[in-house]
Design a protein. Sequence first.
Length: 150
Amino acid sequence: MSKLEPQSICNLLIGRKNRYSQLLERARRLRRLDIWVASLLPASARDHCRVANCSADTLTLAVDSPAWSSRMRFQAPPLLRQLNRRHGLGLNRIRVVVQDPASAPPPRTRPARLSTRGAQLLREAADTVGDEALATALRHLANRGPRSPR
């Protein structure tokens, strides 16, 4: 008898014709659409808009407030043209819905970056503070940022 090795659930579902593989493929398609839509939106709108659904000819976008709903309705026609032209989707309309922020996914966040000047100021503060534990912590933080050219 051969020993069975653990396999990824994703690998088990790929290529099989069952409802789980269809669900996985639909999730992948919606994720791909979300990436495409985000790439075509202005930076200010990316954290407020997500692909919620896509039927045969309608893309549904979920936004987090009525104000963003209004803005997206103005941006929908050029967005629709670009999606169809670049990705050959054959969509006829974009529907915009307001999603309750409590049920919305958390906004994408970018990691904070420490500037060269910020790191330099932390090093200077560490050199002048009397508490050695605090000075060590400040130096540790400063070392996470870029080094200033000397």
